[in-house]
Design a protein around this ligand. Structure first.
Ligand SMILES: Nc1ncnc2c1ncn2[C@@H]1O[C@H](COP(=O)(O)OP(=O)(O)OP(=O)(O)O)[C@@H](O)[C@H]1O
Length: 298
């Protein structure tokens, strides 16, 4: 594989407690369907924030708006005070990394190579330098490999550095995705259902891993359906229902909120959308399903 180079830093670090992510009024429409409506969300440095909601609530769409996969129809997303660019590789270079709901590894590359790929936004050697493999390139390549190995040690996959990604058990593939995201040296990590398909033991290990990532100084925003995982892990939890933020608060507040229970059980709650709005959304969804979808992770 080609790579690399000298480490470049992302945006300067946020002061403890300052907003790392500040999303304001984010709205995403697909034709007549409003998948995300006027959502505000902040993630402060040192925080782990959870984003929950029933299926189809707009969680992944919101993530896609934060990471440049979608350009929000309305609203603004700032990372450490600066408006994020609208292309995903620039968002990663700015300091926001993510994993996907469906694992997206380079399955025919080794574990180490997958992590090295994640470092490309932090390297600055040009094409000629890489082709000529001069001393600058070799030094940078060595540094990059050392950093990749540190990350593999951190997530517990160093012994499998030369295994093909596709031969790893499912839980380890998910860990490798996290290591690859960390390789871009982010200040904010977005995890989309990191424990999907994991057994309880793997889920507990992932919980520990996310705490360790937070302790490294990386703020975390996580989508997850596993409520025990979310409520153990998160300093704050926001609940999306039908594209809107219904509630936000600490775990106890959210768990005790009857509107959240109602949203999950499908029961009506005060100010719930009326039947006319529900019918409108269903019609728009049917129309969106019939239309060709953009080639993204959904
Ligand atoms: N590219 C797209 N084009 C049209 N509609 C879309 C697109 N992506 C998502 N949607 C619609 O937007 C709504 C929100 O979907 P989204 O995947 O963001 O929800 P989610 O909360 O992540 O769901 P889940 O928990 O099932 O993953 C759904 O009605 C979905 O069908």
């Amino acid at each position: 594989m080609t790579t690399d180079t000298t480490t470049k830093s992302a945006a300067p670090g946020a002061t403890p407690g300052e907003a790392v992510l500040d999303a304001r009024g984010v709205t995403m429409r697909f034709g007549g369907l409003t998948a995300v409506r006027n959502v505000d969300l902040t993630v402060n440095s040192g925080e782990i924030v959870g984003l929950i909601g029933p299926n189809g609530a707009g969680k992944t769409t919101f993530f896609n708006c934060l990471t440049g996969l979608y350009i929000p129809t309305e609203g603004e997303v700032r990372y450490k005070g600066t408006v994020l660019p609208s292309q995903s590789f620039k968002v990663t270079a700015a300091g926001v990394a993510r994993t996907f709901q469906n694992i997206r590894l380079f399955s025919n590359m080794t574990v180490l190579e997958n992590v090295l790929v994640g470092r490309h936004t932090r390297t600055k050697e040009g094409l000629w330098s890489a082709l000529l493999r001069g001393p600058g390139f070799k030094k940078a390549e060595k540094e990059s490999e050392e950093r990749a190995m540190e990350l593999l040690e951190f997530i517990g996959l160093a012994a499998k550095r030369d295994h093909l990604a596709r031969n790893l058990p499912y839980g380890e593939q998910r860990k490798l995705e996290i290591a690859r995201a960390l390789a871009s040296e982010p200040g904010l990590l977005l995890l989309d259902e990191p424990t999907a398909g994991m057994n309880p033991q793997e889920t507990r290990a992932t919980e520990e891993l996310v705490f360790a990532i937070r302790d490294m100084g990386i703020a975390v925003l996580v989508i997850e359906h596993d409520m025990r995982f979310i409520f153990n892990l998160c300093d704050r939890v926001a609940v999306l229902v039908q594209g809107e933020k219904l509630v936000e608060g600490d775990s106890a507040t959210v768990q005790g909120d009857e509107r959240v229970v109602a949203a999950y059980l499908g029961e009506p709650y005060e100010d719930a959308p009326g039947q006319a709005e529900v019918t409108e959304v269903e019609a728009a969804e049917a129309q969106a399903d019939a239309a060709p979808r953009k080639e993204t992770d959904r």
